[in-house]
Design a protein around this ligand. Structure first.
Ligand code: SAM
Length: 290
């Protein structure tokens, strides 16, 4: 049975009286090549644990189960749980958890799976993300220091473009700077909207985010770094001098001194700053407040 075939999805819907939920971002993949490319992008070995976000009817789960030691799939829609029980019945290394990914203690799951001896290698996160919460899911994983090697996920092309954008590019923003601080970003594949059921309005892309083992810049205070990114991009059109004034409880003159010490022209805008420059400002602020 081709699990990814539109006819299979129709048959499952009919048998289980299942309706696809738009509000849960249920756009299922119907293309074997795309499924293979996502899992190949994550590159799980037979020692690895794969955590899948939103398995749907299990097309990526089944592909990953053939390569990894163990697959944990986290699905919010309770109506999909009995369906997954059937579609993944032949794999004894798959466990489905009926939970909201944003409320899931991923490090707890990883520790438990390690203690049970279910994997001895790395943790690789995969998924065709529900588009309504793409950014919250990625930031949930990164901000909570989940012990994963990489995150290989499909998202709207527009979000992928923002995440991988460089300074000076008009799509470069807070999400680019934040994700690139935590990860090396590469695009695995671009995916046309025609391969989904139902068909979304926009095209998609798969990014592989390889989580850095060491931070790319030295920071005195990580919070000051993220505050600088947030304030700078919160008011993109303002000069750095204006957007940062008040952010740290510092006056305009104090911000001007910090920018000048960092060798950054106060009339520049956040969208032109690279990671080292954000770090220089944040470290200037941290030193001024010590
Ligand atoms: N992996 C399947 C595929 O590619 O065909 C389904 C992908 S579909 C874009 C997104 C999946 O995420 C759906 O199964 C949806 O029910 C699930 N989902 C939505 N919100 C979720 C959440 N907060 N936590 C876990 N799963 C969620």
């Amino acid at each position: 049975m081709k699990l990814y075939a539109p006819s299979t999805i129709e048959a499952i819907k009919e048998k289980h009286r299942f309706q696809l939920s738009k509000s849960l971002g249920q756009n299922f993949i119907t293309d074997k090549h795309v499924i293979e490319r996502i899992v190949k992008g994550a590159d799980p070995s037979e020692k690895d644990l794969v955590i899948e976000i939103g398995p749907g009817i299990g097309v990526l789960t089944a592909e990953a189960a053939q390569q990894a030691a163990k697959v944990i799939a986290i699905e919010i829609d309770s109506k999909l749980i009995p369906i997954l029980g059937e579609t993944l019945a032949e794999y004894d290394n798959v466990e489905v958890i009926n939970q909201d990914i944003l409320k899931t203690d991923l490090n707890g799951i990883i520790d438990e799976q390690g203690q049970l001896g279910n994997f001895t290698g790395d943790v690789k996160i995969i998924g065709n993300l529900p588009y309504y919460i793409t950014t919250p899911i990625i930031m949930h994983i990164l901000e909570n220091s989940i012990h994963a090697e990489s995150i290989t996920v499909m998202m709207q092309k527009e979000v992928a473009d923002r995440i991988k954008a460089s300074p000076g590019n008009k799509t470069y923003g807070a999400i680019s700077a934040a994700v690139q601080y935590y990860c090396e970003v590469e695009q695995v594949i671009s995916v046309p909207k025609e391969v989904f059921v139902p068909r979304p309005k926009v095209d998609s892309a798969v990014l592989k985010l390889t989580i850095r083992k060491e931070t790319p810049v030295d920071l005195i205070d990580e919070k000051a770094f993220f505050a600088c990114i947030k304030a700078g991009f919160g008011q993109r059109r303002k000069t750095l001098l204006n957007s940062l004034t008040g952010t740290y409880g510092l006056s305009k003159d104090e911000i001007r001194t910090i920018l000048e010490k960092a060798g950054i022209d106060p009339v520049r805008r956040a969208e032109t700053l690279d990671m080292n420059e954000f770090a220089d400002i944040a470290n200037g602020v941290a030193s001024a407040k010590q």
